[in-house]
Design a protein around this ligand. Sequence first.
Ligand code: ADP
Ligand code: MG
Length: 620
Amino acid sequence: MAAEKRSFEAEVSRLLEIVAHSLYSERDVFLRELISNGSDACDRLRYLALTQPELINGDATFRITLTADADARTLTVADTGIGMSRDELIDNLGTIARSGTSAFVKNLSGDQRKDVALIGQFGVGFYSAFMVADKVEVLSRKAGEETAHLWVSDGKGDYTVDAATKESRGTAVTLHLKEDAAEFADPARLRAVVKRHSDHIAVPIVLRDHGNDETINAASALWLRPKSEITAEQYREFYHHVGHAFDEPWLTLHNRAEGTLEYTSLLFVPSAKPFDLFDPERKHQVKLYVKRVFVTDDCQPLLPAYLRFLKGIVDSEDLPLNVSREMLQANPMLTRMRTQIAKRVLGELAKKAKDAPGEYATFWDNFGAVLKEGLYEDREQRDELLTLARFRSTAGDDLVSLAEYVARMKPGQKAIYTISGDTPERVARSPQLEGFRARGVEVLLLTDPVDEFWLPALGTYKNTPFKSATRGGADLDGLAAEAKDKAEPPKTDTATGSLIALMKLSLGDAVKDVRISSHLTDSAVCLVADEGDLDMRLERLLRQHQKLDQASKRILEINPKHPLIARLADLAGKEGAAIALGDFAWVLLDQARILEGEQLPDPSAFARRLSDLLAKGLAA
Ligand code: ADP
Ligand code: MG
């Protein structure tokens, strides 16, 4: 029977084209990727064999063997791992399953130089073989199956799969090296590359040279070696392998816990934001090992969801080796480990925040929004999380902590003021902030959706309440103005009083109230929420997510110092003003809605009124 010919998924073809032509200077990483896959395959089989010993059929040797043939210019990377069935070969090597790889393809610009640089950033896993080979053969026999399959491709659009024979389980990847990659058939070169990128791999990597087998890596779990014997480079390479990551680790946390719980953890905080950080499943991928045996990379109880940006491993001495997925779900030991690990990680972050605030700010920009989920999900760590939290504010470009905010509150200021919206730049332009600026009162600019959840859940920071700047209440009046002329406590004279009465009459049910503003110094109007009502921006968020279908009525605040309002107040005193002022009232309300980012209920009425008023203005 002839081999079946199949086409790569379109994205794979695009990717392979770039990989094949890349002059990526670090192309020796292909070996790291193939070894990493072989090691994962061994790990997975070792675990399955605990409950299904027949899978390894008495042969419990787990290893990766490199065989080079300089004359034929080939290199074979073979493992005794779990292997792949025919369907798995097609799914894993013919399509893009990895989120990192699909992100790579999405980021391709078409400019070869830029795209090649992306390889270093995203990594392309198995496909990196085509950087050095013009033909790749994957011969694989799945553990427990009799037949093997051969996958062959020159990386140019299609590949073939065929039934084949293979003596033992596992996968052998044979690279037919390009002319300019002949160096990778040289044992000395292979030894150097393995030392550099793959020394940390726990299964033996054996170099087969003229019938002579030699283990060329340390072949022990990196996390069990003493810290003092591990180099930064080894940590980094381990991070790349275990995290399927390609950036630098920002923080490396290597720790052994002894006492009632015994485990070793080697955890990394990435320096770049992973693409699936805001995936609704909120899963972490830290691997759980039990006594050096890989168990799973999907043990959610091991870490709180708000630490899902961590990569690495936890190796427990206490859990039973044959622990099942179900047992893991509600294991009290895991719960205690989770608490300890969370505490330790947050403690290390706090140290970073103190010792290296600049670096910490970068971390916060990447992962702060995730960490803030802990504020309402993890009561136990709430205080620590509050000290770790950083905010943009009206006071400047630097991030501020809550402690700093409170320390610079104005005399008489009783609340931590916040305002929310989608970007700091846009929120900073909100008219409601004018009165705060005039009084030199700092306002935190909140732009993460998660802020709308933890803020109401907490309510206070060390007894100081949080308060939305878009909420009414006259408490700004109690605060001395820095620029006196701008923010004297507003007084209602009779003319303004009549204007307010007339506006209320015209607007009727559309607003909850009309009143003089202590928020405004420059703009004519703005909307605020009444004291007990839902925050306006939170309400909008909830409406967007269909969690709320009714809009609350808002208070329209007017600024009597604004020339337009002052002029209208003059008119309001005169006979027959009501009719003339009705259109103005509606246009002002709609203007406030626009400033607030709300949809106008009747845009055509707004346009008609505005045109009428402008036309009258020109006629006069
Ligand atoms: P990743 O390792 O990040 O998942 P790769 O591109 O390196 O991405 O590999 C894709 C998939 O192919 C792996 O997830 C695995 O399922 C499968 N695979 C690759 N190499 C092997 C191997 N040697 N043995 C078993 N499965 C493999
Ligand atoms: Mg891989």
